[in-house]
Design a protein around this ligand. Sequence first.
Ligand code: MCN
Ligand code: FES
Length: 910
Amino acid sequence: MLLKRHFFINGVKRNLMVDPESSLASVLREQLMLTGCKIGCNQGHCGTCTVILNGKPVRSCIVKMKKVPEESVIETVEGLANGDELHPLQVAWMGHGCAQCGYCTPGFLMSSKALLAENPSPTREEVRDWFQKHKNLCRCTGYKPLVDAVMDAAAVMRGEKSVDDLIFKPVGNDILGTEYVRPSAKAKVTGTWDYGADMDLQMPEGTLKLALVQAEVSHALIKGIDYSEALKVPGVHKVITAKDVKGNNRINGLVFFPGYNKGDGWDRPVLCDEKVFQYGDAIAVVAADTEAIAREAAKLVKVDLEVLPAYMSAPEAMAEDAIEIHPGTPNVFYETKCIKGEDTAPLMETLPNVVEVESYSSRQPHLPLEPDCGQAYIDENGKLIIHSKSIGIHLHHMMICEGIGVAPEDCYIVQNPTGGTFGYKFSPTMESILGVCCLATGRPVSLVYDQYQQITYTGKRSPAFLKVKLGADENGKILALEGENYVDHGPYSEFGDLLTMRLSQFMGAGYGIPNIRNNSYCVFTNHAWGSAFRGYGAPQSFMGVDTAIDVLADKMGMDPFELRYRNVYRPGDTTPTGQTPEVFSLVKMMDDLRPEWEEAKKRVKANSTDKVKRGVGISVGVYGCGLDGADSSEAYAEITKDGVTIYNSWEDHGQGADVTTLTMAHETLKKAGYKPEDIKLVLCDMEFTPNSGPAGGSRSNVVTGNATRIAAENLLKALEKEDGTYRTYDEQVAAGLPTKVTGKWVASECTDCDGATAQGKPFSNYMYVLNMPEVAVDMETGKVTVEKFTMSVDCGTIINKLVVEGQVYGALAQGIGLALTEDFEDLEKHTSLVKCGIPQIKDVPDDLVLHFYETPRPEGPYGASGIGEGPLAAPHPAILNAIFNATGARITRIPATPDVVKAALDKLEK
Ligand code: MCN
Ligand code: FES
């Protein structure tokens, strides 16, 4: 049955025939191709699909068409601008850098429009209340810039500001360090930035839509797969299993420390053949004419399993009777020892102040609002082209070609516009499945996860069980650190050794501790596979050490700020790996922050009551920029008739690779008079762009930034005339000189860490951070609210101010989530964005204070370091330390949910 309906959509009367049971979102997207309406959760939790229906904001994914009255007025982001004239909200969104990945942007814009129609002069708190009530989530921005944008747009609409005031405009020809708006911003605020699920709808006829047949147990032997019933479903083209895979059906997990890693890296199947290793594992794929048919048919595939014991944590997998998850490789498959300075055991005996603390860092889920998705096809040259959210297109190419059975020269990966990854897309799962299915069917294929699959079947932050012992002299100088740590990496070794090495590199980082003996182990389990997550190893390390430092301060009766101050890096100190830090900025940062710390201590005390106690905490955060050792990157610069084109593969999660590629090139090219608008970008398509390495490890600003700068420099060298002026394109061609050049940069001062001692110079640049949250603890319920967060950050020269501020706010919000709410532990409970504890606007304070330091870095492009991960290294121990300051209860595990805090408070009373 269908309904005949007339709606006014963005001011135009449309006649439609609709299924009464389908959602407004699907009609807008699939029948009208108004794909500015994004699907995040399809459950009404996230607000990405917000449109205005008869004047009210609605989450269109949960509005059934039978409930949409005839002659309804529907407004979507596509109708927000007035022709070429953007709405003040759109301009404000661009001007405040609100569209990072941009996936939440259309929903927020429509929600804001409805708010301002109802209340033209809202207070900041009213804006926050509105977004909370209407369930608008953002994972990238920390929300504060969004409130700034609404306030500014409202002022414009009231006639108090000009729309021109909202956007930065360069003075002269300088954009470095400014709020220059990213090139992708306009498409993001107008709903025309097409993500993978939008491309899915645009794929031509003949494209097969894929659905996974996934394991519903965590560990099992596969005895047989019967897909005969699925094949009978009309519209099903093929069911693909491991037998159809042309290659070795394994993803190369890459062994970074051969000789120390007991596995060979080839433990992860593309499609399970012999075993299921974790819940959600892909056993088969149904390829059909539509996604709905593929999903229905997938339910009919029967898998005969012999269920094995499932080890859902490192201790369980290490039990004496535990069987090997990968037969032939021990469950504890990698160990790294950090051996720095003297033996710590005798030292600990003599030191007057010794503490030992056990703690647990959780399995944090990434929770991007855009579920994973991608497409694959054979192009006109017979090449396999894979489009996905990959944040390492060349890296993934190296990891998957052999497994899917394609010659490396016959395959290219392209990054689609991406709605956030936070690191999970360092793992090339989707890419290999797409490749296999395209080769097996000979047809274009497209696969779009729903949010449940995104949550349950993508990698997670690897939890760690940490034991840290610190020994300090009578003045509080920490002279010895000992650690024993177990990382639960799930069933796939992929990057597990590298992650565990990070614990050697960052346990004790920021503090000049001369003697370290720290053992860290990586363990296979049957819980979710460990994938990269912003901070990668640092949140685990600082959970252990910065909690222990607070315990030490308490034991010594010393102010925790002062204890840290006495220990932060000073000239002569070295990192845990024995490297000399490239700059020493922490002392100055602490000197500057001290008056605010003293003020905060007074404030929280004055505002505490018996019912709500308040406290302030402090931690130091440090993270490195780069892949270990001599990391490198490449970019191209080409002069054209219209200007200069820059090519690199700086993958954009949403962090802003476009605007900073532009700025890196422009800062050099401006010498020849080029303006930002003369520079064209070609990014992240292996067919055209060189290997710039993955956008992980906060490396790109330094490594790809340098490569881009050098490409621009090399182009100017190639164009320079004897009189110091530069040839035009026509002159260059006429002179028979090259028009396209390469820029390559290598972190040549760096060395890999030694496998036996972890000593080395792994990173050319670091980020330095101080975290100072103020919390309120409800003594009855145990609920903790972060009321204010002050953060000092040294990221070297700021390349783009909007981007850097956005990175810090966003990471800070994720840090609050990490500390208090976010988890993926219970496979039955942690199944949606909300149930996984994603911070909503009211969970993040509006009172966020940032102090930037721009200590120039000798190895950074124009003096810059990185920023992406530093602010997520250690906000969580600072929050736990603030809870202690408020209540005297010491929490040593995250997330500190109300029940965890309440239990600690109850223990205190006893
Ligand atoms: N930047 C700058 N000036 C500096 C330092 C950095 O303008 N002094 C800019 C860079 O040009 C870049 C951004 O800040 O646009 C982050 O730079 P960098 O630290 O080099 O990190 P990458 O570009 O390599 O990005 C990856 C990093 C990581 S590892 C994760 S995970 C991450 C992140 O950045 N995931 C993100 N930021 C994210 N932001 C969003 N919105 N979504 C994600 O998924
Ligand atoms: Fe809001 Fe990415 S910009 S989710």
